[in-house]
Write a protein that binds this ligand. Structure first.
Ligand code: FAD
Length: 433
C-alpha cells in the first residue's frame, strides 16, 4: 500500500532552491519587464538561465537524451507551482509556453532532421516558437471545424488559412501549424501538424491582438498573441510533423501534460494573491477591527485555503495518474482540474483584490494583472464548458438508466424488496411483540 503525500528530500531541496531563486532573483525583474522590452528581458535572462542549467533544472519536461531532466508529471507539477508565481520564471527554466509544449511535440513526432533543425536550438534557447491552431472564423472549442487547408503539391505542401491567438507568433522563428489535410476523413483524422518557418513566403503576421492581459496595442512583445495569414505558404513535404492525419493525436499528447503545468502555475499565482489577502487582513483597519476579524474576510481566507488545497491535490493526483498509467488514462482528471483550477485561481485573486479596495484595482499591486490573467484561464486550452461536458460524458459512461424507469433508490420499491429479503426476521420481530 503506497499512499504518500511527501516529497523525497533530494527533490525537496531542489524545490527549496527554486523557491528562493524565483522570489529573490526573478520577481524583482517583473517590475522592469516593460522598460526592458523583449530584447532586454532576454539579456537579463541569460545569466539566470545559466544558473538554472547548473542546478540541472533546465527544460525539465524533456527526456535526458534531449537535454532535459526527464522529470515525471508530479515533479514537474511541483516545479510549475513555484515558477507560476511570476509569468517570466518559466522563461528562465526553459519551459515557457508555448516553447515547452512545442518541444514536446517535436520530441514526440519530429523526424531526426526536424529535431536537429528545430528542437535542439529551441531547447538551447536559440529559437522561439508558436503554436498556430485557433482561427478567428471557426470555433476553437470544436477544432474539428478547422478551415485552414494544407494541400499536397508534388514534394510540397501548400498552406492557406487565417489564424489568431498564436501566442508568441510575432517573435517566433517557427510556427507549428495545424491544418486540414483530408477534409473527407473522420473528424479527428482530418488535420495534420506542420513546422513552418516564420519567414517563409506567404506567412503574414497581421498584428498582435490586444487583450485584457495586454490591453494596449503592441507588436513583438513576449507573451503577445498574433493574428497570422497563411497565403499559399509552400513548404517541403518534410515539414509534416508525425503522420498525415495525426494532428489531433499529437495535440492531445501535448495538451494533457500542459494542463497539469497550467493548473500548478495557477496555484502559484493563487498562493501569491492569497498571501497578499492574508497580509492585508492583518493591518487594514475598518469598522472597529482589522479586516481579518470580520467574518466575511475570515470566510474568504478559509474558503481560499480549502479550495487551493483541493485544487492542488486534484492536480497532483492527475499528474500521478499520468505518471503511473499514461496520458490517456488521466483524461477525466485533467478535464476536472482544467475548469476547477481556473475557478479557484479566479476566486482567490478576486477576493485578494477586493480586500485591497482601490489599491487592489490599481496597478500599484500585481493583483489587477493577476485578475486579467485569471480570466483567460477559463478560455484557453479549451473553455470551461467543453471540459465540464467532457467530464460529464465520461462520468455518465459509468451509469445506466434503470430498465423500468424507476429510480434505483426509489424508497417504496426498496421497502417492498427489503420486506421480502427480511420476511423471516420481520415475522420473528412481530411474533416477539
Ligand atoms: C491567452 C490566450 C492564449 C492562447 N494561445 C493560443 C495559442 O498559442 N495557439 C492557439 O492556437 N490558440 C490559442 N488560444 C486560443 C484558445 O485556444 C481559444 O480561444 C479557445 O480554444 C476557444 O476558442 P474560441 O476563442 O474560438 O471560442 P469559441 O470556440 O467560439 O467558444 C466561445 C464560447 O462558446 C462556449 N462553448 C463552446 N463550446 C461549448 C459547449 N460544448 N457547451 C457550452 N458552451 C460552449 C464557451 O463558453 C466558449 O468560451 C489562446 C487563447 C487565449 C485567451
Amino acid at each position: 500500500m503506497t499512499w504518500d503525500f511527501s516529497t523525497e528530500p533530494e527533490f525537496e531541496a531542489k524545490l527549496q532552491w527554486m523557491r528562493e531563486f524565483v522570489r529573490e532573483r526573478i520577481w524583482p525583474l517583473e517590475t522592469l519587464h516593460d522598460e526592458l522590452g523583449w530584447d532586454g528581458l532576454q539579456r537579463a535572462a541569460r545569466p539566470l538561465q545559466e544558473e538554472v542549467k547548473a542546478q540541472g533544472l533546465w527544460a525539465a519536461h524533456l527526456d535526458p537524451e534531449l537535454g532535459g531532466q526527464g522529470f515525471g508529471q508530479v515533479k514537474l507539477g511541483l516545479m510549475h507551482e513555484i515558477l507560476g508565481t511570476t509569468p517570466i520564471a518559466p522563461l528562465m527554466f526553459g519551459n515557457a509556453a508555448p516553447d515547452s509544449g512545442n518541444s514536446e511535440i517535436l520530441a514526440l513526432a519530429g523526424t531526426p532532421e526536424q529535431k536537429e533543425r528545430y528542437l535542439h536550438p529551441l531547447l538551447a534557447g536559440d529559437l522561439k516558437s508558436a503554436f498556430s491552431m485557433t482561427e478567428p472564423d471557426t470555433a476553437g472549442s470544436d477544432p474539428t471545424l478547422l478551415s485552414t487547408r494544407a494541400q499536397r503539391d508534388g514534394d510540397h505542401w501548400v498552406i492557406n488559412g487565417h489564424k489568431w491567438f498564436s501566442s508568441n507568433g510575432s517573435i517566433a522563428d517557427f510556427l507549428i501549424v495545424m491544418a486540414v489535410t483530408d477534409p473527407d476523413a473522420r473528424p479527428h483524422q482530418r488535420a495534420s501538424m506542420f513546422v513552418v518557418d516564420a519567414d517563409a513566403p506567404g506567412v503574414k503576421v497581421v498584428r498582435d491582438v490586444a487583450t485584457m492581459e495586454h490591453p494596449h496595442e503592441s507588436f513583438g512583445r513576449y507573451g503577445n498573441h498574433a493574428e497570422i495569414l497563411y497565403e499559399d505558404v509552400r513548404i517541403p513535404a518534410g515539414a509534416l510533423l508525425g503522420a498525415e492525419g495525426a494532428g489531433f493525436l499529437i495535440a492531445q499528447q501535448r495538451l494533457y501534460p500542459g494542463r497539469v503545468h497550467h493548473c500548478m502555475r495557477w496555484l502559484g499565482v493563487a498562493r501569491r494573491a492569497f498571501d497578499m489577502l492574508c497580509e492585508r487582513s492583518l493591518y487594514r483597519y475598518a469598522h472597529g477591527s482589522v479586516l481579518g476579524k470580520h467574518q466575511t474576510v475570515q470566510n474568504w481566507i478559509a474558503n481560499s485555503e480549502a479550495e487551493m488545497q483541493a485544487a492542488r491535490l486534484m492536480t497532483l493526483h492527475a499528474a500521478w495518474k499520468m505518471d503511473a498509467e499514461g496520458v490517456a488514462a488521466a483524461r477525466k482528471e485533467i478535464g476536472l482540474i482544467k475548469f476547477f483550477g481556473a475557478k479557484v485561481l479566479h476566486d482567490v485573486v478576486d477576493r485578494a483584490l477586493q480586500a485591497h479596495g482601490g489599491l487592489g484595482y490599481s496597478t500599484d499591486l500585481p493583483l489587477e494583472a493577476m485578475y486579467r490573467y485569471a480570466r483567460a484561464a477559463r478560455i484557453y486550452d479549451g473553455p470551461d464548458e467543453v471540459h465540464r461536458a467532457s467530464v460529464a460524458r465520461q462520468v455518465l459512461r459509468g451509469y445506466e438508466a434503470p430498465p423500468d424507469g424507476v429510480p434505483t433508490e426509489y424508497i417504496p420499491a426498496r421497502r417492498e424488496a427489503a420486506r421480502r429479503q427480511f420476511a423471516e426476521m420481520l415475522d420473528a420481530v412481530t411474533a416477539n411483540d
